[in-house]
Design a protein around this ligand. Structure first.
Ligand SMILES: CCCC/C=C/CC(=O)SCCNC(=O)CCNC(=O)[C@H](O)C(C)(C)COP(=O)(O)OP(=O)(O)OC[C@H]1O[C@@H](n2cnc3c(N)ncnc32)[C@H](O)[C@@H]1OP(=O)(O)O
Length: 365
């Protein structure tokens, strides 16, 4: 690293501190802790203060976050801090550009999602852009809550999309890596219960459910698409279900819906052999309804959804339920079985080794 690049980095770092003050939305506790830790590392170096007591929750969380950065260099911390602030700023301005409807109402109480209703559309946006919208346990629970509320609110349709560059990178792998080995049995059992309830909420959702896939989609966010009514994708989106790569097995009812949608041979390439599809390929196989150029994606899709949402609400709901009711029992049975198999997979060496490799930066998709 030359002195010139160090100076640029320090200047960018100071600019990032100023930009952070301009953020309008609270980025959530997890991101604030990460920013705190990176700032301390950048300005003071590795964590050098004594560990606070167990009952001093706030100080302990801050200390843990700083300490978790280990020996990351001060320059590295400045770079990461700057990158994180820049991703927050661009995600916020993208969100503002995308929807500026004056009648939009924002649903409070979410940390990992942005939930809004306007023009009879409830929009549920994955909102952890700095983690590629990976779905942690909190997000699973918040999605269940958002769907339960959307089922009852005045909206005609519900729409999922992602904030920033990704739709979502799927299950947050730290859901497992943060557990002690002795706790793994319980973690796997609780994870399976949460997953079963989560997928069950999609099976039972009573209104038309639409995915606006703005970028790459991985794992459970792809399998769930088989339970959506319509899927629109940007031509930047990709669809990847790397289950065997991770020592895991299919979920989201995909072991049933994918062969039905695209035929067994194509489903096997995705679900057994991790084949990643482009948006055009996913559309040709029937997983995606239509693909749009990224440059006009938001404009075209939201105009179309606005028109759909002005159709008679009850007619849409009863029609969806007619279609879904034929399959509901079967889908719940498939969901239960997939969760049972996954409980065992999560305890396998194959799965644990894959997760460790990801966090040791040895393996990325
Ligand atoms: C309890 C219910 C269980 C349900 C089971 C579901 C199964 C699945 O969903 S399987 C799919 C799991 N997902 C993955 O395996 C994706 C893992 N991520 C990656 O391979 C890469 O991060 C990715 C290709 C998505 C992006 O690569 P890059 O562009 O190089 O970005 P980074 O890797 O630097 O990512 C930035 C930041 O985000 C963190 N991240 C991204 N995805 C995940 C994830 N799925 N889980 C946890 N963390 C994730 C990544 O670690 C980086 O974090 P920092 O290092 O702290 O900045």
């Amino acid at each position: 690293m030359t002195a010139a690049t160090m100076q640029v980095s320090q200047k960018d770092f100071e600019k990032a501190q100023e930009q952070l003050k301009l953020l309008k939305n609270d980025p959530g506790n997890e991101t604030k802790l990460k920013l705190y830790a990176l700032f301390k590392q950048a300005t003071e170096g590795p964590c050098n203060s004594p560990k606070p007591g167990m009952l001093d929750f706030v100080k302990k969380a801050k200390w843990d976050a700083w300490n978790s950065l280990g020996n990351l260099s001060q320059d590295g911390a400045r770079q990461e801090y700057t990158k994180l602030v820049s991703s927050l700023i661009s995600a916020e301005s993208a969100g503002q550009k995308k929807d500026t409807s004056p009648e939009e109402s924002s649903h409070g109480g979410y940390e990992t999602l942005i939930v809004t209703t306007s023009n009879n559309i409830t929009k549920i946006m994955f909102n952890r852009p700095e983690k590629k919208n990976a779905i942690n346990h909190k997000m699973y629970r918040e999605i269940i809550k958002a769907l339960q509320e959307a089922a009852k609110d005045d909206s005609t349709i519900a729409v999922f999309t992602g904030n920033g560059e990704y739709y979502t990178s799927g299950n947050d792998l730290s859901n497992f890596s943060n557990a002690q080995p002795s706790e793994m049995g319980k973690v796997a059992k609780d994870g399976a219960e949460l997953l079963k309830a989560f997928v069950g909420t999609f099976i039972d959702f009573p209104k038309p459910l639409i995915a606006v896939v703005n970028g790459p989609a991985i794992g459970i966010s792809v399998t769930l698409l088989g339970l959506f009514d319509v899927v629109y994708a940007s031509d930047k989106a990709t669809f990847h279900t790397p289950f065997s790569h991770l020592g895991q097995s299919p979920e989201g009812c995909s072991s049933y819906t994918f062969p039905k949608i695209m035929g067994t041979a194509k489903a096997n390439e995705m679900l057994l052999f991790n084949k990643k599809l482009t948006a055009a390929e996913a559309c040709a196989l029937g997983l995606v309804s239509e693909v749009f150029p990224d440059s006009t994606f938001q404009k075209e899709v939201w105009a179309r959804l606005k028109a759909y949402a002005s159709l008679p609400k009850n007619a849409l709901a009863v029609s969806k339920q007619l279609l879904r009711n034929l399959e509901k029992e079967k889908l719940h049975a498939v969901n239960s079985q997939e969760c049972e198999v996954l409980t065992e997979r999560w305890l396998s060496d194959e799965c644990l080794n894959a997760i460790v490799s990801f966090f040791q930066r040895k393996s990325k998709l």
